[in-house]
Design a binder for this molecule. Structure first.
Ligand SMILES: [Zn+2]
Ligand SMILES: [Zn+2]
Length: 307
């Protein structure tokens, strides 16, 4: 899903001047004329018919990203885990990890703006368009969620209705009540009234564990010491937790070994020096211990993920 960025939609001063200043070069003048005729992308959105803007906004109600190495469709919770795993198994581990994704940092989801909020900040017109669309969303769920007197408003006009419905910020009202979905796999996590999940942009436990590794796992899989991993400024991690962002770990491993393959993946290597980094001798029990520690870390972190 593309991210929505704030923009004023205006042309910078020097560019504006170059568009009106006559040019001695006929080819350049023609090029500038052509550029002047092309409206900026945001003004295009603002000038679209409301029905089309509403259609666009409908795709932004529950913003969507994807899991690393998978498309949005492949990341969906409806896709069987076995199929996802077989797709991931075909990944070219000699290539760098899939970092270029919206919401790639699962630990910073709380810092992201919902597209409705981001878009409403870009201009007065966009704010009106979002407000208009959000009011439709509220109306469509009014009977089950809001119980506002829209029927009375439509029948008798705004003067006969209290409170004043035109004063409501429908964007905020809708976002406070909208179902919470995982932004990676789109599974519904919770519906209003919420008992646990409160953030607008959040993730499910499965996607959290797909996107993270523990320090112990990194040591077992990539033969990197906890001290090295925790000292790295390139590996993002949860505040005060032992969970690390998997793509950052993979990026470091790729930088060091030019492959993201796990070092202990092959049984024939057990008891011998590592064929990738050549410095570690590891045993089968290391793998079992690593798996056990991951399960224990999962149990400890369950509450933190959903809060
Ligand atoms: Zn998910
Ligand atoms: Zn190794």
């Amino acid at each position: 899903m593309p991210s929505v960025t704030a923009s004023t939609g205006t042309i910078p001063a020097e560019e504006d001047e170059s568009l009106v200043r006559p040019s001695s070069d006929p080819a350049l003048a023609g090029h500038l004329e052509l550029r002047a005729a092309i409206p900026s992308p945001l003004s295009k959105l603002e000038n679209l018919p409301v029905e089309i803007v509403d259609e666009i906004l409908s795709y932004l109600i529950h913003p969507r990203s994807r899991l690393p190495g998978l498309t949005e469709a492949q990341s969906a919770h409806k896709v069987p885990k076995e199929l996802r795993r077989s797709i991931k198994n075909q990944e070219d581990l000699l290539q760098p990890p899939d970092m270029d994704r919206w919401a790639a940092d699962i630990f910073s989801l709380h810092l992201l703006s919902h597209p409705f909020n981001a878009l409403a900040l870009t201009s007065k017109r966009c704010n009106e368009l979002v407000q208009h669309y959000a009011s439709h969303l509220v109306r469509s769920c009014n009977a089950t969620m809001f119980n506002l007197p829209f029927a009375r408003l439509d029948k008798y006009g705004p003067r006969c209705v209290y409170p004043d419905l035109s004063a409501i910020v429908y964007r905020r009202l809708w976002l406070q009540h909208a179902p919470r979905k995982c932004i990676y796999c789109h599974v519904v996590l919770e519906c209003y009234p919420f008992s646990l999940v409160k953030r607008v942009l959040t993730t499910c436990e499965d996607c959290f564990y797909c996107s993270t590794m523990t320090v112990d796992e990194v040591q077992a899989q990539y033969h990197l010491s906890p001290a090295t991993v925790l000292a790295s400024h390139h590996i993002r991690r949860g505040a005060g937790s032992r969970w690390l962002l998997r793509v950052d770990v993979e990026a470091l491993a790729w930088q060091l070994y030019r492959t993201r393959a796990f070092h202990n993946a092959h049984k024939e290597q057990f008891g011998k020096p590592c064929s990738l980094c050549a410095i570690t001798t590891f045993r089968p029990e290391d793998v079992k211990r690593s798996n056990l520690k991951r399960q224990m870390a999962k149990k400890r972190s369950t509450r933190r993920v959903r809060a």
